[in-house]
Design a protein around this ligand. Sequence first.
Ligand SMILES: C[S@@+](CC[C@H](N)C(=O)[O-])C[C@H]1O[C@@H](n2cnc3c(N)ncnc32)[C@H](O)[C@@H]1O
Length: 262
Amino acid sequence: MGNHPARSVCRRSVQFRVAGGGGRTGERVGCVTRADLDKQPHEVAEMFDGVAERYDLTNTVLSFGQDRGWRRATRAALALRPGERVLDVGAGTGISTEELGRSGAFAVGADLSTGMLLAGRRARPRVPLVAGDALRLPFADETFDAVTISFALRNVVDVEGALRELGRVTRPGGRLVVCEFSHPVNAPFRTVYMGYVMRSLPAVARSVSSNPDAYVYLAESIRAWPDQPALAGRIAAAGPWSRVGWRNLTGGIVALHRATKA
Ligand SMILES: C[S@@+](CC[C@H](N)C(=O)[O-])C[C@H]1O[C@@H](n2cnc3c(N)ncnc32)[C@H](O)[C@@H]1O
């Protein structure tokens, strides 16, 4: 997510494993810094390996069950038809891929984290999941009618690179939907929500998740993510995508950005 200056953005002390890359090695106890948000792919994969076992449950608890509606809205925004091919990048345990399959399209998920993929294979053995990096997808050019990425673009180290790669595997005229946490549009609600994200979310995660410290990173990454117009601009600037628009869900807690392959 760009090159942020290494400044502290939290007040509480957390144990956060930082393994290799960029001169950061070993186990470290301290505050999550902006530099920590610029994770290398293997660091991101390791973090999700650590939350994989209870990922689906944690998500539903932390979102008060809203995640189900957000996934249904993502499927609807993709306007999938039976027999079409759709790729779900950053599919994790396949929970988002499974929802896409309900359209009758052939849905395949790809993810970096073997922990998430293995948890997904156990929970949903019928959902096709493959190992793959959003920046180097293991598919030929123009394979898919539609591509989507849910709650994962925020974790990719090179957002524009991922948007270009998603475009590469999409046929001309194909659709993109990015489902991602965003910025509530109502200012008082935004203040309350950000309080929940930064304070309550890591606290609740401590009682549910197998790796609660990861949720400190996730909370900070939500805060640092661009708002709706800024993300639309980045999608349009990435190259392959035209007719970019968005729709807010739950007051803008989540936004669905849609685009068409030029
Ligand atoms: C918050 S989970 C979202 C999972 C699922 N899409 C959902 O809606 O619940 C984010 C996922 O993105 C994956 N991810 C992060 N960076 C990635 C990359 N560069 N390529 C592929 N997957 C990536 C992580 O491993 C993780 O499983």
